[in-house]
Each structure stands twice: as C-alpha cells, then as structure tokens.
Design a protein around this ligand. Structure first.
Ligand SMILES: [Ca+2]
Length: 205
C-alpha cells in the first residue's frame, strides 16, 4: 500500500493524523498528577523513502478518481535551500497544493526544502521539526503531537522562530519534474516523493 493510498486521505488534518497513528500515546515520565501538565517538546528523527521502497520508488498509479474528501485548505510557506530549478520548485508546489486541498489547517505551515546530493539511497527525507505535548488544545494529555498538528490544535505557531517541516530531496537521482504523472521508467517522480515527504512532515507514519 503506497503512502499516497487513497484510503489514507481524509477530510481534515486532525483526522488524517489520528487515523495514521500520529498521536503517539506514550506516557511522559515525571508527569504524574501534580497540577496541570507542563508543555513539553522534543526533536524527532526524519523519516525517509529509499530507492526500491515499494512506497517510495514507484508508487502504483490508479485510474480511480480521488475520493471527494476536500479540505478547506492549508497554507504552505516554502523556503528552498540548494539548487532548486524552476521546474523542481513548480513540482514541489504542485505537491503542496495537492495536500492543501485535502486538509484543513488555519495556522500556516513553514517548510524548509533542501536540494542536496547524497550517496545514500534515500529519495526523500522529511518530518516535523519538533513534537509537542500538553499544549493548550491538546486533546489527549501526555501524548506527543507533531508541531504541524499541534499548531492547528493550539491555534497558534508553537515554533514561531523555526520552520515546522524539514524535507531533503536527494539530487543525485534523475528526477522527473513534470506534474502530469507520466514518469519515464528511468526516472523518479519528484511530485510523488514530495507528497511523501510532506506526509512525514504532517506526521503520517
Ligand atoms: Ca513555525
């Protein structure tokens, strides 16, 4: 099942992340009943799609239309780092636009997108820059939420001085930069990989 499985597309970001196991119900040490729990945050490692992953290298295409699960939208602000050409940026924006039509988010999401050459076999790495617990608006106490979701629940940017999503595209590969899905067999689809990287950033596992 690919990361872009239609079954994983839900109406709201909250539902997406809850259904995809984002809310990690891990008790936080030292948070015993001693008054209101204190907001905590932590770094998390990035996730990645690698060459050869069933869900990374060659996502199966479907002739079925996308389900009618339109969200009200989300704003992604992207800072491009590295030698992104115009077509690569357009492909990235196309992927962001697809996510935007599938989720509801009132707090803008800040992304730093790196275009880097690496000998590692990953195609894309991505993830939230931070996770939070016990913030105002958290539905479940003592549980970790990616900042992208926590911001929406708190209705404010919990990381005002930092981006919310980090993404690295491995420029060592031959990328297809079109947005029509007609990917040659000897190339990787940038839109698909960015969709996956953004999914990681939104907390999809
Ligand atoms: Ca931020």
């Amino acid at each position: 099942m690919g990361i872009l499985s239609r079954n994983r597309v839900t109406r709201t970001l909250l539902v997406v992340l809850l259904l995809s196991g984002l809310v990690i119900l891990i008790p936080i040490p030292g948070q015993a009943a001693q008054g209101p729990p204190r907001m905590l945050s932590a770094d998390v490692p990035m996730m990645e799609l690698r060459k050869g992953d069933r869900s990374g290298g060659a996502l199966p295409r479907s002739d079925q239309p996308l389900p009618d699960l339109q969200g009200s939208g989300a704003s992604f602000y992207v800072t491009y780092v590295g030698n992104w050409n115009a077509d690569a940026r357009a492909a990235f924006q196309h992927a962001a636009n697809i996510w935007s039509t599938r989720i509801d988010a009132t707090v803008p999401m800040e992304i730093v997108a790196h275009w880097e050459s690496s000998p590692d076999s990953f195609l894309v790495r991505g993830g939230p820059t931070r996770v939070f617990s016990n913030f105002d608006g958290a539905p479940v106490a003592d549980s970790w939420y990616p900042v992208t979701l926590a911001n929406q629940l708190a209705n404010r940017d919990l990381l005002p001085d930092r981006p919310d999503i980090d993404i690295i595209l491995n420029s060592s590969y031959s990328w297809y930069l079109g947005t029509d899905g007609n990917v040659p067999s000897n190339q990787f689809d940038l839109v698909t990989s960015v969709l996956g990287g953004l999914g990681f950033g939104l907390g999809e596992c």
